[in-house]
Design a protein around this ligand. Structure first.
Ligand code: ADP
Length: 395
């Protein structure tokens, strides 16, 4: 605003606004006349009471500042600052400390615009707002920024609480997963060493159980090590030409017995023409083992079909089952660490809740994508993932 603008307007243009919209600002706007070094407040709008705790009438008394401003130096500075203000387009700034009525110390920022008449400062308009920590003015922009920051913090806090809860659940589940096979190993080995078995058949059965549990324990530990390796960026891959049929046959051989034991049909389907993937052979197998293992674990009736087809530059694997399915609302979370549809300690199916996350990381590290589809609880599940095809350029 220029000097001319000010002169053309009423002495107290701020009053005209009636303080509308000012309630949101943690502060107030005043006008005051300056004559013979006397500061005479004329008007005060906005949240004066909200900021200071005092009624507006206190501000209109001349000695208000002497009473509330904490440092003597600041009172002096304030007077000097006001009397020496010159008309200008930009406001001048000053920060000082005040005591609110409730005894709370506040840092406020005052912006002053001076209005000169014939070379003499006659009127000043000041905006007094609560300062932020650095003593800068809490303008509406700053307030909005603070609000956004606050919301971000709230969001982060909620997220951290969720992660913390997941971590607790994970620790409970993982220690359960580690202890169960370990207890079983200790149990069967104790039976053997104490001689609690009758005949070779029973000895073999106990030994077999201890061995199975050892393998299971090894798998859980490997999952935990894998995820920590992946997350710290220490997982190295060796991409090479991989013959798809060979892997399929291995996967089939690995799961056939398990499927038979549950009376499930297991099918592995490839194309007529030989297919080659550009992949890390061990990691590709690991992904298939995770997915087929899950399919068998979560299916009690029907069967599992593992298939592979070509889509553009990729091979697309599908592991389809007729199992328990996944409720829609839980589907998008399952590729996150430690998430299981049933995460309670009393859940029916074992597992660490890391298989899908590891698979997702491995597939993506090999340049593909993984997705999961289920029409809902009881309606089966299909997990699909892509892997780049082996091309001549890969040689
Ligand atoms: P885990 O099987 O060790 O719990 P995963 O990461 O492999 O961990 O799977 C996470 C969760 O996703 C499982 O606990 C289960 O709730 C759900 N899930 C995975 N695969 C299937 C599937 N084929 N059918 C139904 N639910 C599945």
């Amino acid at each position: 605003m220029t000097t001319a603008d000010h002169q053309n307007k009423d002495a107290s243009p701020i009053e005209k606004q009636n303080g509308r919209g000012l309630e949101q600002i943690p502060g107030f706007i005043y006008t005051a006349e300056i004559s013979a070094k006397l500061f005479s407040p004329k008007s005060c709008v906005g949240g004066f009471t909200k900021l200071t705790g005092y009624p507006v009438t206190s501000f209109l008394k001349n000695n208000f500042y002497n009473e509330v401003v904490i440092d003597r130096d600041d009172v002096e500075r304030l007077h000097g600052f006001r009397y020496t203000s010159k008309s200008s387009a930009t406001a001048r700034n000053l920060s000082y400390r005040i005591n609110s009525r409730g005894g709370k110390r506040l840092i406020v920022n005052e912006q002053v615009v001076a209005i000169e008449t014939r070379g003499l400062v006659k009127l000043i308009a000041g905006v007094v707002t609560l300062s932020d920590r650095h003593g800068k003015s809490s303008s509406e922009g700053t307030i909005r920024k603070e609000m956004l920051r606050f919301r971000e913090m709230e969001k982060l806090n909620r997220h951290l609480l969720e992660v913390n809860q997941l971590k607790d659940e994970f620790l409970a589940n993982t220690s359960h997963e580690l202890r169960t096979p370990l207890n079983s190993i200790i149990g069967f080995l104790t039976l053997i060493t104490e001689g609690y078995y009758e005949g070779d058949e029973e000895l073999r059965l106990f030994t077999r159980n201890a061995l199975d549990s050892s393998y299971h324990l090894l798998n859980v530990i490997n999952d935990l090590l894998d995820i920590s390796k992946i997350e710290s960026g220490r997982m190295q891959l060796q991409i090479e030409k991989v013959y798809v049929d060979e892997i399929m046959e291995e996967v089939y051989a690995l799961f056939k017995v398990q499927a038979d034991q549950k009376n499930l049909k297991l099918e592995c389907v490839t194309l007529e023409t030989p297919l080659f993937a550009a992949a890390d052979v061990r990691k590709l197998k690991q992904v298939l083992i995770n997915l087929v293992g899950n399919a068998i674990k979560f299916t009690d009736k029907g069967g599992i079909v593992v298939s592979v087809e070509i889509t553009g530059q990729y091979l697309k694997y599908k592991v389809r089952d007729t199992g328990i399915g996944i409720p829609k609302e839980k589907q998008d979370k399952l590729f996150q660490k430690f998430i299981q549809v049933d995460g309670t300690a009393t859940r029916k199916y074992g597992g660490s809740g890391l298989g899908l996350v590891i698979s997702k990381h491995l597939v993506e590290m090999m340049g593909g994508e993984i997705t999961m589809e289920s029409n809902g609880a009881g309606l089966g599940t299909t997990v699909s993932f892509t892997i780049p095809k082996w091309t001549k350029e890969d040689i």
